[in-house]
Design a protein around this ligand. Sequence first.
Ligand code: ZN
Length: 196
Amino acid sequence: MPIVQAGTPVLRARASEVTPEAIPSPEFQALLKMMIAVMREAPGVGLAAPQIGIPLRIIVLEDDESMIASTTETERTEKGRVAFPTRVFINPELKVLGTKTETFFEGCLSVDGYAALVERFHEVEVTGLDEHGVEQVWHVTGWPARILQHEVDHINGTLYIDRMKTRSFALTSHVRSHYAGKPIADVIKELKIGAP
Ligand code: ZN
C-alpha cells in the first residue's frame, strides 16, 4: 500500500466519520492492521487513513524505543519524546489544553524527504473510539501531543506545510547535517525566523 504524496486530492479533503457499527467487521479490522503495518514499514510514528488514499477519520500512532534510539538524551528531554505503544483513534476529537506552544522540526510521510519547523501546542487531549469501538481519552504533552496534532490535521485536509515556518523548510538530510543537536532557539535565530 503506497503512501500518497502532497498533491493527491485526498490529502486536502475533510475525511468522513466512520460508522461505529463498521468497526468490528473483518474488512475494517484488516484496514487498521494495514495502516499499522504501513506506518511501521515507512517507518513513521503516525499515519492517517487519507495517507493511504482512504478518506476516513482514522489515525494510528506509535513511538517505540527503536525509533527513539537515534535521538540524544538532550533532544528527548527538549522535545518531551517518550515511547508509547500503538494507539488507534477512530473519529478523534482534539482539544488543546493551555496556551503553551513549542517549535521543532517536523516531517511527514506524505511530503517525503523534507522537514520544517512547526509550532504546536504542548498539551492536548484526544477522545475517540479505539480499535474495538470503545470510547477512550488520551491526555498527552510533548512529542506525542505533536504527533496527535499532525495526524488530526491530516483528517481535516491540513498538512504541516500549511503551518510551517517557511524559511526553515529543508531536505531532511540537510536538517540532520546542519541542525541536529543544536538548541532550537539558535536554529530559529540562524534562520531569521520572525525577522521582518
Ligand atoms: Zn503526515
